[in-house]
Design a protein around this ligand. Structure first.
Ligand code: SF4
Ligand code: SF4
Length: 399
């Protein structure tokens, strides 16, 4: 087993690693460190492990891969760091390394799931159909618990709910239809289209559509992430505004310029598309209906830490008359983390349960959640605790 980074593929850079002064101020904000209390589960420990590989003192395989896999990539540490360590960039590059170091059969299985299914709209819809049928027949109860907790509720009717190709007048705003959002959260898409029309846009749903590549990037599948970014750029670049109603996807699409920076044919187009991305809660449209009472607010990590979005969710809800209730957990990750809840079920389960308990403790009948991964994780953990608190995207609540 050789030490140092695998050659020929991206790796955390020395400059980025050197920004960490090892002060430890990020430790209390790290959910995995809070659970284990171990330095190796902390941002400082993970950066130290990256430095050891960088210095040729350790290999990518083994412990390094384990420390990296256990990170949620929630970027709470980045928000807490006084030295502006670009942790998100570091962990994404580290994951490209760990992915390349996995045994071939392991890599093939992960690639088949991420690139083979999530990368193709037809395959995503086929997967959705499979979920809908197994859930309708209630045979999904035979699935391992970790898969059940990570699976959205899907119905054939919901998947077939049509979305209008074009609505309203004004500047053209194209909607990213996405992968999981397209099969399980079409009402969120409809609420976003409605908000765009109220906000004075012509809302356009592009033909085709598909995954933005966030899940692939999260898992270190660089080739798939780049291929999907190119597809979405070609599909959406004519729009004046690109609207994304999933926090993980809007955060990822804002990094397209960085993702394709070394591809001369695409770098400019990627930068231009990234600059047009708006998360749906940034539309600032008037509400479609009044909302009375309390709404608990879960801040998705990819809103709060990756994009600095938080006030926008509350402003959207308050404009409709809702009383926003914070969860009082400092915006801690719910444990969804892309497909983290499938790959690291123990840690994800503990975080999911903590989040569900924090929501129940507010006494609010509904919780605003602007990311599909969080919505699935939170819904399943609420139901596992016997709670019927509704989980809705903020735009659905005011639609
Ligand atoms: S990541 Fe930032 S906060 Fe954490 S130890 Fe390094 S410098 Fe300190
Ligand atoms: S990204 Fe999240 S889980 Fe990973 S080190 Fe930072 S705070 Fe901890």
């Amino acid at each position: 087993m050789s030490t140092g980074w695998k050659p020929g593929i991206p790796a955390p850079t020395r400059d980025d690693l050197n920004t960490c002064v090892q002060c430890g101020l990020c430790l209390p904000s790290c959910p995995t460190f809070r659970i284990t209390g171990l330095e190796t589960s902390s941002p400082r420990g993970r950066i130290a492990a990256m430095r050891a590989v960088q210095a040729g003192e350790a290999s990518v395989e083994g412990d390094f891969t384990r420390f990296t896999d256990e990170c949620l990539a929630c970027r709470a540490c980045e928000a807490a760091c006084p030295s502006s360590v670009p942790y998100g960039r570091l962990i994404e590059a580290a994951r490209i390394q760990t992915e390349a170091a996995r045994p071939a059969h392991d890599r093939a299985v992960r690639r088949a799931g991420i690139a083979g299914v999530m990368g193709h709209r037809r395959m995503v819809r086929l997967m959705g159909l499979g979920m809908a049928i197994t859930q309708a027949l209630r045979v999904d109860r035979l699935l391992p618990k970790r898969l059940r907790l990570a699976t959205p509720r899907v119905t054939v009717r919901g998947m077939r709910t049509p979305l209008p190709a074009s609505s309203g007048e004004g500047p053209t705003a194209m909607l990213l239809t996405g992968c999981v959002m397209d099969i399980a959260f079409r009402p969120v898409h409809q609420a976003t289209i409605d908000a765009l029309v109220r906000g004075g846009y012509r809302a356009v749903v592009p033909r085709g559509g598909g995954c933005c590549g966030a899940l692939a990037a999260h898992a270190g599948e660089l080739t798939s992430a780049r291929d999907l970014a190119r597809k979405r750029i070609a599909e959406l670049e004519q729009a004046e505004v690109i609207v994304v109603d999933s926090a993980g996807c809007s955060a990822h699409m804002r990094t397209y310029g960085h993702l394709l920076a070394d591809d001369p044919a695409w770098a400019h187009r990627a930068d231009a598309v990234a600059a047009k991305v708006r998360d749906a809660v940034e539309i600032n449209a008037p509400p479609g209906r009044p909302v009375e009472g309390r709404v608990a607010v879960h801040d998705a990590c990819h809103h709060l830490h990756a994009q600095g979005i938080g006030p926008e969710v509350r402003r959207t809800l308050r404009a409709a008359g809702a009383t926003c209730v914070d969860l009082g957990d400092g915006g801690r990750c719910c444990g969804a983390g892309g497909i983290y809840n499938v790959l690291e079920p123990a840690m994800a389960g503990e975080l999911g349960e903590q989040k569900a308990r924090a929501i129940i403790a507010t006494g609010a009948p509904v919780v605003a959640v602007a990311n599909p991964g969080c919505a699935i994780q939170i819904t399943n953990h609420l139901r596992a605790l016997g709670s019927d608190v509704e989980v809705r995207h903020p735009l659905e609540i005011v639609d």
